[in-house]
Ligand binder design. Structure first.
Ligand SMILES: Nc1nc2c(ncn2[C@@H]2O[C@H](COP(=O)(O)OP(=O)(O)O)[C@@H](O)[C@H]2O)c(=O)[nH]1
Ligand SMILES: [Mg+2]
Length: 315
């Protein structure tokens, strides 16, 4: 009974992941399938495969690696699209597996502080809401800090997520100092024996310096209570921006000590492959991916599920 339930749950997840990655998968697999009709794996075909992989945002390095692998194992043979897709998937799994690390809470942290950052519209507030749901479901006592005091709508949006997840939201009027708000939130969290404090932030990238100062001030404030905080510093990236995600990672790495990534909007993106080049380049853990706007549309990241869905491989 339990196994069936787990199986169904697993199928549900996979179905969502596959559906989410449909756009990315279609463009990649169609290009590969079309390219490989009646072809031998010669130098020209390998180069063309490389181009397709680069176009799918997998990155130049990964594309080269895959074409080398194909050259060393299948050179001169008929290009079987299914086999090629399998080789691509296996390479992606190799790259992503070490980075697929679920987000974990350390119970020694009272509370465990998660700072969530990223540019405007990347999905920070939504991700904070989804994480709140997940932790509440796990029986944790969760508190949210509405650190994006720049936009009134952001606070309202977080309050709605807080209500849905039945956890408290600490907020202040628009324009308040986010660090002051976080100070109050931390005090309250300690009083309430909160397990996890999730801090939403603003993402005004048009003013890098201000944003950096704001984030660093928030960090200084939490470190007054706990030198080891924030225990997680999550960078939220929108998968639809493709290669732009690289510059966002660079910018945020200069501002804060990013401990892991969450990639959102995989469901609306044809550029899900960018996750592979991001991983290859930065070696940052990938904790979860967003596949929709509902509370349970945040999946723990699995390299194999991701690669098989992206290459449309069914087991
Ligand atoms: N389809 C889809 N939409 C998402 C996902 N995550 C966030 N969104 C939507 O993206 C928009 C911006 O999200 P928001 O959380 O407000 O971004 P923020 O500015 O970084 O806080 C909202 O309309 C969200 O509903 C996701 O994984 N999939
Ligand atoms: Mg927001």
């Amino acid at each position: 009974m339990n196994n069936n339930y787990d199986d169904n749950l697993q199928k549900g997840w996979l179905g969502k992941l596959e559906a989410g990655l449909t756009k990315s998968s279609l463009s990649l697999t169609n290009s590969l399938n079309e390219l490989l009709v009646k072809k031998k794996l010669d130098s020209q075909t390998l180069e063309e495969i490389e181009d397709v992989l680069i176009t799918a945002d997998l990155g130049v390095e990964t594309a080269r690696k895959i074409s080398k692998k194909l050259a060393s194992t299948r050179f001169g043979k008929d290009a079987n699209p299914t086999e090629v897709r399998r080789v691509v998937a296996d390479e992606i799994i190799k790259i992503l597996s070490p980075l697929a690390q679920p987000l974990s809470l350390n119970p020694a942290n009272r509370p465990h502080v998660m700072l969530v950052c990223g540019v405007n519209g990347s999905g920070k507030t939504t991700t904070v809401g989804k994480l709140a749901h997940k932790f509440v479901d796990d029986g944790k006592h969760v508190m949210l800090a509405a650190g994006d005091t720049f936009r009134a709508a952001a606070t309202e949006q977080l309050k709605i997520w807080g209500e849905r997840a039945a956890c408290s939201v600490i907020s202040k009027e628009t324009g308040s100092d986010p660090a002051g708000l976080v100070f109050e939130a931390f005090q309250q969290a300690r009083k309430d024996s909160t397990d996890v404090l999730l801090i939403d932030t603003a993402g005004r990238l048009q003013n890098n310096l201000e944003l950096m100062e704001e984030l660093q001030k928030i960090i200084r404030v939490v470190q007054r209570f706990d030198k080891t905080a924030p225990h997680s510093c999550l960078l939220v990236l929108d998968a639809t921006v493709g290669q732009n995600a690289h510059s966002q990672v660079e910018i945020f790495l200069r501002m804060v000590n990013v401990t892991g990534l969450i990639l959102t909007k995989i469901d609306g993106s044809a550029k899900g492959g960018v996750l592979v080049s991001l991983a290859q380049k930065n070696g940052l853990p990938v904790h979860a991916i967003g596949v929709g706007e509902q509370p349970d549309d945040l999946q723990t990241f699995s390299a194999t599920d991701f690669a098989f869905s992206l290459l449309d491989i069914r087991t």
